[in-house]
Each structure stands twice: as structure tokens, then as C-alpha cells.
Design a protein around this ligand. Structure first.
Ligand code: HEC
Ligand code: HEC
Length: 355
């Protein structure tokens, strides 16, 4: 369990390294600069909303995003309570709708595309009408908030696991510090390097989605039929969550990773209001069960095109219980081949647009 002492030091060091959401800065030490962000963009996106004389917009995040995502990107803004799913808490560094390997960050382009399209079926609107420069500034700022928040969270955990933080502060050498000259400072640097590297590596780890052939109607019908078998079969077992025909009829007992952290993962039942109270008082949203989607309604949050669905199936959906199907060279009873996944994609697509 993180202690108050660890949380306080982590918060102080995060401020030294990254400033505040209203006055963002980027760490200057060269070893931390694996991830170049435009400081000008950060300054434009942070702080109070206003316009300069030349028409440049300032405070873009407060203007467009804060009611849902909250100032520090916790996802617990004033409008969040009524939303399902909740707005993303950027501080975990976990994103759902992206083109990269499951455990990795999204690319800048993924975030930009998402801002343009919005996330259909959720409260997240489209920002297609914003200036391209404003969109770029917001992308940098999402990366900034996510990095700042994830570094703070990981520092808090490292303080307890590696640096002897308990209810009391440890000796000076072991305290979290923004300079690498002490053991505590080295631990901080490792955390920072790891989070920055995650963002820097994303672009090299996109999942290539194979081009899917246009099929004639009888071939398409055969492909969909095979896809249906995989959907209901033992290997992919999509039916186990999405119900027969993807109708979303099954009960669910699982939470997403964001709310699991202060519920089932530490042995709390969200119905136990007394036990949940300290977490709620600290700003945590009420945990909600995550529902496997009804795939017949045709609303895809991350895109219903073949490439997006191929990535969803071969990676699963990060932060949620949806698992990945292993891609294999030849059918072996453990995974599906690229062609077989193509069949599954076509089946999922036609669930919402039956022939
Ligand atoms: C009306 C509420 C609302 C507003 C305003 C809003 N969002 Fe969101 N946002 C959401 C919700 C809800 C989700 C979660 C969707 C999901 O889980 O599928 C989300 C998710 C996201 C994600 C994560 C996507 C992923 O792949 O996991 C990003 C990034 C994001 N929003 C950025 C922004 C930015 C930047 C702005 C302002 C320009 C903004 N949002 C404005 C509600 C909002
Ligand atoms: C362990 C449960 C589980 C299994 C197994 C599972 N899913 Fe899911 N699936 C989910 C959950 C939960 C969501 C909702 C995620 C969200 O919106 O946060 C989801 C969402 C989806 C979506 C919506 C994506 C979007 O862009 O909106 C598709 C498509 C999908 N699943 C297809 C499949 C297919 C095909 C299989 C089998 C290969 C499968 N799922 C297996 C739990 C599961």
C-alpha cells in the first residue's frame, strides 16, 4: 500500500520535473529527453483559456477537455460521473484504441486520429473542427499529462517497494529526488526513463494489419460462416464474453483496470460503501462493471474497419478483460492464422449489417 509520505514526495518530485498542469515544463536533464515534446505546445494547451492578439488559442485543454478528463488527467472531471465508460484516466499510461502492441503506448497519430473522430458510442466528442495546430498541441499535452501522472504513480510505488518508505520517511539518501545524485534520485531516473522510452518506442511497434481481399458474394458468405465458427469455437471463444451471435447477453463480473485498482485488486467490493469511502473521498470514481459489447449494434469505439478489428482481435483491448488471440503460421489448435482472423473480422462486420 502506498503511504502518505511516499505520495507526498512523489507529488513534489513530479512538480519539480514536470511543473504543474497549468504551468507545464519538461525535464531538462539530457538523459530524460528521450521524448521531445514542443514546450510551446504544452504552454499553449495548459493554463487558462484565452486568445492572443494574433488569434492563437491558449488553454486548449481547459477549454475542450477538462470537464471530462479533469485538470491533471484523472478522468474524474465534473461531467464524468454520469458517463459510461468513464473518461480516460491518462495517469495510468494505458490506452484502448490504438494501432500498437497491446502493452504499449499509442502513437501520436493514434491520439490525433482519435481527437478528429471522437469515440463513437461514448461521451468523447469529435474535435475535427479545431485548427490542426491546436490538435497537435493537445496531442503533446495528452502525452505530457499521461507521462507526468504515470511517473508520479510509479515513483509512489517504487518508494514503497525499493526505498524503504513506510509511515515514516526514509533517510535522505533514499528519498525520492529529482537529481540523480542519490539512490532515491537514481530510482526516479529509472522510472522517468522507462515511461519516456515507452512513448518513444510506440511508433516503431505498430501492428501491421494485412490487406483484406474483396470477396465475391459466395466467397464472402463462406468466410463469414467460418468466422462464425471461430467466434463460437474453443480457440477464440468470443462467445464466452460476447454471447451467442455477439448479442451481449451474458452477465459480467469484471472491472476495467482503472477501477480494479481500488476495488477487486485490493480485495474491496465496490458495494462495500464504508470500505470504498476513503478512495471515493480521494477522488476515485465509483467502480463499474465492464460490459463486453453487444456486437450487433454496429457501434465500434475504436473503428469498425478491417484493420482496426484485426488489431482488436490480435491484441485484445488494453485495460479491459478482452484478451488477444494468438496469431499462428499454421492451424495448431492454439491460435488462428491471419486468414482465419480475416474470417472472424468479416463475421464481426456482418453481425451489424446482415446480408
Ligand atoms: C464529454 C466528455 C469528454 C470530453 C469533453 C473529452 N473526452 Fe476524451 N474521453 C471521454 C471518454 C468517455 C473516454 C473513454 C472512452 C472509452 O473508454 O472507450 C475518453 C477517452 C479519451 C482518450 C483515450 C483513448 C484511448 O485510446 O484509450 C484520449 C486520449 C482522450 N479522451 C483525449 C481527449 C482530449 C484531448 C479531449 C479534449 C480535446 C477530450 N478527450 C475531451 C470523454 C471526453
Ligand atoms: C474476456 C471477455 C472477452 C472475450 C473473450 C472477448 N471480448 Fe471482445 N470485448 C470485451 C469487452 C469487455 C469489450 C468492451 C471494451 C471497452 O469498450 O472498453 C469488448 C469489445 C469488443 C469489440 C468492440 C471494439 C470497438 O472498437 O468498440 C469487439 C469488435 C470485440 N470485442 C470482438 C471480440 C472478438 C472477435 C472476440 C473473440 C476473438 C472477443 N471480442 C473476445 C470482452 C471480451
Amino acid at each position: 500500500m502506498p503511504t502518505a509520505a511516499a505520495g507526498q514526495d512523489a507529488s513534489d518530485v513530479a512538480r519539480e520535473l514536470y511543473g504543474t498542469p497549468d504551468e507545464p515544463t519538461w525535464p531538462e536533464r539530457s538523459s530524460l529527453q528521450t521524448l521531445p515534446l514542443s514546450t510551446r505546445n504544452l504552454v499553449r494547451a495548459g493554463g487558462p483559456a484565452s486568445s492572443e492578439r494574433d488569434g492563437t488559442h491558449q488553454g486548449l485543454f481547459r477549454e475542450h477537455c477538462v470537464t471530462c478528463h479533469a485538470l491533471e488527467g484523472s478522468g474524474a472531471g465534473p461531467a464524468s460521473v454520469f458517463q459510461n465508460p468513464y473518461p480516460r484516466d491518462f495517469r495510468h499510461g494505458v490506452f484502448k484504441w490504438k494501432s500498437t502492441l497491446r502493452g504499449l503506448k499509442p502513437t501520436r497519430q493514434d491520439i490525433r486520429d482519435l481527437l478528429v473522430k471522437g469515440i463513437p458510442g461514448t461521451a468523447m466528442p469529435s474535435f475535427a473542427l479545431l485548427d490542426p495546430d491546436d490538435l497537435d498541441a493537445l496531442v503533446d499535452y495528452v502525452v505530457y499529462l499521461s507521462t507526468r501522472g504515470e511517473v508520479e504513480r510509479r515513483m509512489t510505488a517504487a518508494a514503497v517497494d525499493e526505498l524503504d518508505y513506510g509511515t515514516e520517511l526514509p533517510e535522505a539518501e533514499l528519498r525520492l529526488a529529482s537529481k540523480a545524485s542519490t539512490e532515491g534520485g537514481e530510482v526516479v531516473q529509472q522510472v522517468v526513463d522507462r515511461v519516456h522510452a515507452g512513448w518513444a518506442e510506440a511508433a516503431e511497434n505498430e501492428v501491421a494489419a494485412p490487406a483484406m481481399a474483396e470477396l465475391k458474394s459466395d466467397e464472402l458468405a463462406d468466410s463469414v460462416k467460418r468466422g462464425k465458427e471461430f467466434f463460437h469455437g474453443r480457440i477464440a471463444n468470443c462467445v464466452g464474453c460476447h454471447g451467442p451471435g455477439g448479442d451481449g447477453s451474458l452477465q459480467t463480473l469484471d472491472y476495467d483496470d482503472w477501477t480494479k485498482e481500488y476495488s477487486t485488486k485490493i480485495g474491496l467490493t465496490p458495494d462495500d460503501h464504508a470500505a470504498m469511502k476513503p478512495f471515493r473521498d480521494a477522488g476515485a470514481l465509483r467502480p463499474r462493471l465492464i460490459k463486453p459489447r453487444n456486437l450487433q449494434d454496429g457501434v465500434f469505439h475504436g473503428g469498425g474497419d478491417a484493420a482496426s478489428l484485426y488489431r482488436r482481435i490480435t491484441q485484445g483491448i488494453a485495460g479491459t478483460p478482452m484478451p488477444a488471440v494468438e496469431v499462428v503460421q499454421e492451424s495448431n489448435g492454439k491460435g488462428l492464422t491471419v486468414d482465419e482472423i480475416g474470417d472472424l473480422v468479416r463475421y464481426v462486420q456482418q453481425l451489424s449489417s446482415p446480408q
